[in-house]
Each structure stands twice: as structure tokens, then as C-alpha cells.
Design a protein. Structure first.
Length: 280
């Protein structure tokens, strides 16, 4: 009888141990990327930027930002199969980080003083310049030519703010949720120009369905230092990403990925910027 009581007690202890282990496994499975080796990591990118962040018809993703994010995730301990890509439009990037929807964002995210009040930035990892995309026969050759013209940009982008503040205050600015909408407006003649970073414009101009229709004006209206956004105060992740970006440049991967994504557009890209050095 005494033996049976001991056995029952042992069984109860064993059951509690199994239950505790199961709870621990469940918590780990829910890991969204707080540390390397978890089940998955959520990364914010654009879905509609050829050459940078594009969701292909077959559901895969391509572009320089995608390649950079994949490399960084690898250095954080995640395989490509563990990445969950999340669309983060320009106007919602800060909110996506503060809510914890994503671990970090690589989405043509220009580093600005205003944005640094809300998020922290690793990088910069790329230097672009604001430019204009116009029809091939357009007579727009400088920023001030936009005054009185219909111009398209994306809500929340630095390009729209630059136009309104200094480049062409009298331009008729139309802001859309995504660049693909602006491209459609430019193609139809509803707007005279699209303004954003030259890297983004080059990606669109190089697409087969647009070849021969558009041209870049070739203006350097601003310097756009692309950074990887992380939640404000997450210094540990920030350091890891900066270390990963430094290695990406030194081992040649950065140059290889730039040429793979921008080469077809004959885009004259800038050399890799140094981590922590913002070009004004």
C-alpha cells in the first residue's frame, strides 16, 4: 500500500513537469524574432518597388532591400525560411515598429531627424537621391519646372515633404498610398511627374512593361540615407544589425546584391556608405 502511494505521488510530479515543459515550448514557438534561433522573424519591406522590395506574382519577394534584410536576418540566426515578410507602407512604418508588428524594417527608409524621434536606425546601408520620373518626351528638366504641374508622390515619404517645402511649392501634389498608383497616373497622363528616390524610379523604369516610356530627369534634389528601422530603445538589435551591415560590405555581398538588382537599369549607384555617417 505504501508503494502504491509513492508511485501515485511520483506520477503527479511527472505530470507537472511535462505540463511545464509544454508551456515553455509553446512560448518559444511564439517567438517573433526577439533573439536569434526563434521560430520566425517578422521583417517589414515594401511590396511594390521593383529592384528594392517587390512581391512577385508567384508570391516570392525580390529586390535589394529584401537581400539586405535576408542577410541581416541570417546574422541574427534566422534562415530565409524563418522570415515572415510584412508589407509596411511609408505612412505606417513608425507605427509598425512601435506596435511590435515587425522586428525591423528595410524599406527605402530614409534616416531623418524627425523619424529618429520615434525609431532607431541602423546604417545607413545605401545612399540615394530624390529625382523625378517623367515621360520620355517631357520638357521637365529641373525641380522648379514642377510649379503649376501635376506631381505624384507617396503619403509619408520625405520626397513629398521636400517638394512642398522647397523644391516646387506651387506644384499640384497628389499623394497616393503606393508608387504603383503614381506610375499608373504618370502613364495615363493624369500627372506630369513622379518624385521619389532615384533608386526606386530606376527600378520602375527598368521593368519590361515600362521600357521606353519613362526617363529619370537626373536631378539630385536631396540625399536619402537608407537605414534599417528598429523599435526605439532596442540597442541590442541595433548593434547586431550594424555589425551585420558592416560585414555585408566587407565580404563583398553588398556590391554583388547592388549590381544584381540595379544593374539592368544602368543605375549609377553611390559607393557603400559608412555605418553611422549620414550624408547631408
Amino acid at each position: 500500500m505504501k508503494l502504491r502511494k509513492v508511485t501515485a505521488a511520483s506520477a503527479a510530479v511527472l505530470a507537472l513537469a511535462v505540463a511545464a515543459t509544454a508551456c515553455g515550448s509553446s512560448d518559444k514557438d511564439k517567438d517573433s524574432g526577439s533573439s536569434g534561433g526563434g521560430n520566425k522573424i517578422k521583417i517589414g519591406i515594401k511590396y511594390d518597388q521593383p529592384g528594392l522590395g517587390l512581391k512577385e506574382p508567384n508570391g516570392t519577394f525580390s529586390g535589394f532591400d529584401v537581400d539586405v534584410a535576408t542577410y541581416v536576418a541570417g546574422k541574427l540566426g534566422y534562415k530565409p525560411s524563418q522570415i515572415e515578410w510584412v508589407e509596411t507602407k511609408s505612412a505606417d512604418r513608425e507605427n509598425a515598429l512601435s506596435r511590435g508588428d515587425v522586428k525591423f524594417i528595410a524599406a527605402t527608409y530614409s534616416i531623418t531627424d524627425e523619424r529618429k524621434q520615434k525609431v532607431d536606425f541602423a546604417g545607413p546601408y545605401f545612399l540615394a537621391h530624390q529625382d523625378l520620373l517623367v515621360k520620355k518626351d517631357s520638357d521637365i528638366t529641373k525641380g522648379t519646372d514642377l510649379n503649376g504641374k501635376n506631381l505624384c508622390s507617396v503619403t509619408g515619404s520625405t520626397s513629398a515633404q521636400n517638394v512642398q517645402k522647397s523644391i516646387a511649392p506651387k506644384a499640384n501634389l497628389k499623394e497616393n498610398g503606393g508608387y504603383s498608383e503614381c506610375i499608373a497616373s504618370l502613364q495615363s497622363g493624369a500627372v506630369d511627374a513622379l518624385t521619389t528616390d532615384d533608386s526606386i524610379l530606376a527600378g520602375y523604369a527598368a521593368q519590361d512593361k515600362y521600357k521606353g516610356q519613362f526617363k529619370l530627369a537626373g536631378l539630385k534634389l536631396s540625399n536619402e540615407n537608407y537605414g534599417i528601422g528598429v523599435k526605439k530603445g532596442d540597442s541590442a538589435t541595433l548593434k547586431k544589425i550594424n555589425d551585420a551591415l558592416t560585414t555585408m560590405v566587407s565580404d563583398g555581398t553588398w556590391k554583388k546584391d547592388v549590381e544584381k538588382n540595379f544593374g539592368p537599369a544602368n543605375y549609377q549607384y553611390e559607393p557603400a556608405p559608412k555605418i553611422g555617417q549620414i550624408v547631408q
